[in-house]
Write a protein that binds this ligand. Structure first.
Ligand code: GLN
Length: 223
């Protein structure tokens, strides 16, 4: 399994995403924001950080990077794509996922370990979890509030497209406690919390995040 991990100017979590891929027995292939091809990878991770300094809005500039045109094309053909935190913001800006991530409701950057409920274990990135499982992974974002109009929320709820929900106090004002969603096909997933920081109990709060990368291995091997 070869997984591309994109680095934009200001990306922070690419190294941990690459490490997570290796923990799942994959080969991590570094991709640069200016690349015009995806180097034959099986899947792509858009990692967290502060791409282009979060100018305008988080992800608003990264969406136009040359590599994202390739990601959009590949995702529309069914390639598994995961956006973590800033990566989720970029996928939303690129319209691969609906809705928008806005300033946290209390206007503070939130950094804490966060319980999540796995609502959908049928996506390319979540098959290793039991439906309804609760996992603990870090959350660290300033614009993590998920917002969408009523029609979009209904579409997400009715079609099992909410992948993760926050458990306990809502950390950022996200509608319907949404922490992560998927596209209609289930190949593209975006979430605000950070599974790549929770792949080994020695370095993260838990190893609960590793399941996302192992799930990908299953999807790629099956394909
Ligand atoms: N950890 C991250 O990727 C942070 C994303 C973004 N810069 C924010 O503050 O919301």
């Amino acid at each position: 399994m070869r997984v591309g991990v994109i680095t934009f100017p200001g990306t922070l979590d690419d190294v941990d995403a690459q490490r997570a891929v290796r923990y799942a027995d994959g080969e991590a292939v570094p991709l640069w924001h200016g690349d015009h091809d995806l180097k034959g990878v099986d899947a792509v991770i858009v990692p967290g950080g502060f791409s282009y300094g979060d100018y305008l809005r988080c992800g608003a500039i990264a969406r136009f990077a040359p590599v994202m045109q390739e990601v959009i094309e590949a995702a529309n053909k069914g390639m598994p794509v995961l956006g973590i935190c800033n990566g989720f913001q970029i996928l939303a800006e690129a319209h691969l996922l609906p809705g928008a991530l806005v300033r946290n409701h209390k206007l503070h950057f939130v950094c804490r370990d966060q319980w999540l409920k796995v609502e959908n274990n049928t996506t390319a990135w979540t098959t290793r979890y039991d439906e309804g499982a609760e996992i603990l992974v870090p959350l660290k974002s300033g614009e993590g509030g998920y917002q969408a109009n009523e029609d979009t929320l209904k579409e997400l709820e009715d079609n099992n497209r909410i992948v993760f929900r926050y458990v306990g106090e809502n950390p950022n004002g996200s509608r319907n406690n949404i922490a992560g969603i998927t596209n209609a096909k289930g190949n593209v997933v975006g979430l605000m919390p950070h599974p790549e920081h929770a792949i080994d109990a020695l370095t993260g709060p838990t190893d609960d995040g590793l399941g996302m990368f192992l799930s990908l291995l299953d999807s790629v091997v099956k394909a």
